[in-house]
Write a protein that binds this ligand. Structure first.
Ligand SMILES: Cc1cc2nc3c(=O)[nH]c(=O)nc-3n(C[C@H](O)[C@H](O)[C@H](O)COP(=O)(O)O)c2cc1C
Length: 307
């Protein structure tokens, strides 16, 4: 997929991969709605489960080819990376997103079948490294994002990446409606990464109480803290309070470990969301959310044309 091909999508949007939230129903619904769906491979407890998920997604997105992605953790502690890459070679997802490490381990496998690799980065220095490693695109996770967040303004981030990179630039971070999507594109992005806006979608794997908290939350309910995982992440404060976390307390001292540990348990009990949470007013089918984003995106295009 090239920046030009991205322009032929219904909307330049990817439903961002979310730990314990994105599953096959979400990815398939996204592709059928004309946007890109994605899931992180650690959402499958075993390689066998990942095999089943990818087989189903590939079969059920046949009519929307090119519109699904997997997110691989390339951090050295991920002991499953080699197995996950074998399945990537088998099912050939058109887009592979690497996170928490260099894109290098995925590039050869993905390029061999004609796919593209996007590297998730949280600052310009990491963007430069990922570009040098051969990534086809960069995902600029900016301030306000849900989960492990960046701290850089999306406008500054896109401008700096554009100066040194000609590939695909995807930007995420509190972009929760079609006006925001249009703004990001106007600022120079090719694609927009939207997680929080889809947290309460019917197809999301989030439990009902999590969805209800997202629907009821406003921007001021979001806090960034390293107290849960040792890395700054954006959480729903009421869920931190309910689990006894003190955001002014000591950061988790355990070594970062993305290959297992009790990290999953922590994400299961404490709920992540980004500053764009106020845009989520109800739990509805993913296709309805995309319809609304498109209406707002078109209105924003008209508004821009008036200047
Ligand atoms: C609940 C939740 C879980 C997430 N899990 C992951 C993950 O497993 N891997 C990853 O690369 N990013 C993860 N993210 C970050 C998203 O992929 C994306 O960067 C972010 O949602 C974009 O910002 P937004 O939430 O403001 O739209 C997660 C985000 C949320 C809200």
């Amino acid at each position: 997929m090239t920046p030009t091909q991205l322009r032929s999508l219904r909307l330049p949007v990817m439903v961002a991969p979310m730990f314990l939230v994105s599953g096959p129903d979400m990815v398939i619904a996204a592709a059928r709605s004309g946007v890109i769906g994605a899931f992180p491979t650690p959402n499958c407890r075993t390689t066998e489960e990942l095999d089943t998920w990818m087989a189903r997604i590939k079969a059920e997105t046949k009519d929307a080819p090119g519109l699904w992605a997997v997110n691989l953790v390339t951090h050295r502690t991920n002991s499953r990376l080699a197995d996950d890459l074998e399945l990537v070679a088998k099912y050939q997802p058109p887009i592979v997103i690497t996170a928490l490490g260099s894109p290098a381990p995925a590039i050869e496998t993905v390029h061999r079948y004609g796919g593209i690799v996007l590297a998730d980065v949280v600052n310009v220095a990491l963007g430069r490294k990922a570009a040098a490693a051969g990534a086809d695109g960069l995902v600029a996770v900016s301030s306000g994002a849900g989960g492990h967040t960046g701290q850089v303004s999306p406008f500054a981030f896109i401008s700096s990446l554009r100066e040194m990179f000609e590939g695909i630039i995807c930007v995420g971070g509190a972009i929760s409606d079609g006006m925001g999507v249009a703004g990001a594109v106007a600022a120079g992005a090719d694609l927009v990464y939207m997680g929080t806006r889809f947290l309460a979608a019917k197809e999301s794997l989030a439990v009902p109480d999590y969805k209800a908290m997202v629907v009821g939350a406003e921007t001021h309910d979001i806090v960034v803290s390293d107290v849960v995982t040792g890395t700054p992440a954006s959480w729903l404060k009421p869920s931190l309070d309910a689990n006894g976390y003190d955001i002014n307390g000591e950061a988790q001292k355990t070594e970062r470990n993305y290959g297992g540990s009790d990290l999953g348990k922590r994400w299961k009990d404490v709920w992540a969301a980004g500053q764009g949470v106020g845009a989520v007013k109800t739990s509805e089918p993913l296709s309805a959310i995309v319809d609304q984003i498109e209406l707002d995106f078109r209105a924003a295009q008209t508004r821009l044309a008036g200047y």
